[in-house]
Design a protein. Structure first.
Length: 72
């Protein structure tokens, strides 16, 4: 949560984008999964996270921050 707050975001912003993402991928920096999307106040952010189990039900958010829209 501290890494999310350091970027001026609330945990709710990260949760919203995690659940309502537009795109996903793998971080080139950490190798962790990432999801891209818009917060309710229309900020485009990336959420970096780790799955905590093999069934991909439990998740640990690592950080979230503003990001430019991805080129497709």
């Amino acid at each position: 949560m501290q890494h999310i707050a350091e970027h001026g975001l609330m945990l709710d912003d990260g949760e919203f984008v995690f659940e309502n993402f537009e795109d996903e991928g793998i971080s080139k920096t950490t190798g962790r999964p990432i999801r891209f999307g818009y917060t309710p106040d229309d900020r485009h952010i990336v959420v970096v996270f780790e799955w905590l189990d093999d069934e991909q039900i439990l998740v640990l958010p690592m950080t979230a921050y503003d990001a430019p829209e991805r080129k497709r």
